[in-house]
Design a protein around this ligand. Structure first.
Ligand code: ADP
Ligand code: MG
Length: 381
């Protein structure tokens, strides 16, 4: 039996019905574009949230995380209230709520989970938690829901129940990514395309650099960027910024009164175009060509959207200075993680440069690991 199943038995006194896993993700390119109905290109990490789950029929939902100090959280499924401040338990409870709201008869469950996805590092530990819960309940209740539909329900849990206005990328990545691939997602119609991403075959590696900082500024900034993008779309008479082509961008920028909104619009339109460029480079087998596009994307996030921070800029500057092909922040910014595309032979040099730059700036050493494109959510046992 797996460790998680054993811990379930220890906790609840009986065997779970099964064990499921759902990964965190990094996003290769296309940041702050999903809620503008644009394009993103994430890959799933080998790090996963793992849940042992058993159904109950008495209306009780019990939730426990091995990674959080504290007792089992006990709730009633017919009393779940959005934004009721359930702390970490709001993520899995929100999924139960969203399933019930969608008309699925989830009576109750016992859940024990643990995760290797670093939390609050921009690697979507929250989506991993939601998706693993959604998948377990779908399988156990034999609900007629696709992986993409599970992702949408998980997003609804985070938006409406937890109260975080995230787009659809994180949950879709956790649910739908395929091993050895990046996922090209059109956030307007949710069309998905798996693109082979075998970096070692090209003598390359993708490093994740977790800065281990999280700036308080990030809390309201996501919603502010979102509102700014919506304002830009309104002023330009388009439904979403997705409708705006690169060709129309120069004229559109002249129409916008606020320099702040102008920057947001320029970022979103140019990052959508960068996703297309990266897709083209990968299709052509020019994986090295992706590097400069990443660095260009970082400059856009830093200067136009203004969601980077000193530590993320330090990672990008240091990595590129040490010979990396390209680098950029990934996820929401204001701390969290960056990605670095680097020759296999250059991994040591870049890692050493990053460690020494962080030491010189008196920062906690960054957490470095390789992003191997891993499979999406699945049943383990
Ligand atoms: P990210 O998704 O980028 O890691 P979020 O702030 O969206 O950051 O989600 C982090 C939150 O998710 C944590 O504060 C916690 O509430 C919850 N969470 C993530 N992993 C776990 C875990 N293993 N156990 C309990 N809660 C978790
Ligand atoms: Mg999250």
């Amino acid at each position: 039996m797996s460790e998680v199943a054993l811990a379930f038995r220890e906790l609840y006194g009986y065997e779970p019905d099964g064990v499921w896993a759902a990964p965190g993700r990094v996003n290769l390119i296309g940041e702050y574009t999903d809620f503008n109905e644009g394009f993103v290109m994430p890959l799933a990490l080998p790090h996963t949230a793992v849940a042992a789950v058993a159904l109950r029929s008495d209306g009780v939902l019990r939730l426990h995380s091995a990674d959080i100090e504290g007792p089992v959280v006990e709730l009633r499924t017919d009393e779940l209230e959005p934004r009721s401040g359930a702390g970490w338990a709001a993520y899995p409870a929100g999924v139960v709520w969203a399933l019930r709201e969608a008309g699925h008869d989830v009576k109750g469950a016992d859940v024990h989970l643990t995760s290797t996805v670093p939390t609050g590092a921009g690697l979507s530990s929250s989506a991993a938690l939601e998706v693993v819960t959604a998948l377990a309940l779908r399988d156990l209740l034999e609900l007629p829901l696709s992986m993409a539909e599970l992702a949408s329900l998980a997003q609804r849990a985070e938006n409406a129940f937890v109260g975080v206005p995230c787009g659809i990328m994180d949950q879709t990545a956790s649910a739908c990514c395929a091993e050895g691939h990046v996922l090209h997602l059109d956030a307007r119609d949710l069309t998905r395309r798996q693109i082979p991403f075998d970096l070692p075959a090209h003598g390359l590696r993708l490093l994740v650099v977790d800065t281990r900082v999280q700036h308080a500024l990030g809390d309201g900034a996501y919603a502010e960027r979102r509102a700014g993008c919506e304002r830009g779309a309104r002023e330009l008479g388009v439904r979403t910024l997705r409708e705006l082509s690169s060709a129309r961008l120069p004229d559109a920028l002249r129409e916008l009164s606020s320099p702040t909104v102008r920057g947001y619009v320029r970022h979103v339109v140019s990052d959508n175009e960068r996703v297309a460029r990266v897709a083209g480079l990968l299709a052509a087998g020019d994986v090295r060509g992706v590097g400069p596009v990443l660095t260009e994307g970082h400059a856009s996030l830093r200067d136009d959207l203004r969601v980077s921070c000193a530590e993320l800029d330090l990672v990008v500057g240091t990595a590129v200075g040490a010979g990396a092909l390209g680098a950029r922040m990934t996820g929401g910014g204001f701390g969290g993680s960056a990605i670095v595309l680097v020759e296999t032979a250059g991994v040591q040099r870049v890692s050493a440069a990053l460690n020494s730059a962080f030491a010189s700036a008196s920062l906690t050493p960054p957490r470095l690991f390789e992003a191997t494109p891993s499979r999406g959510a699945h049943q383990l046992l």
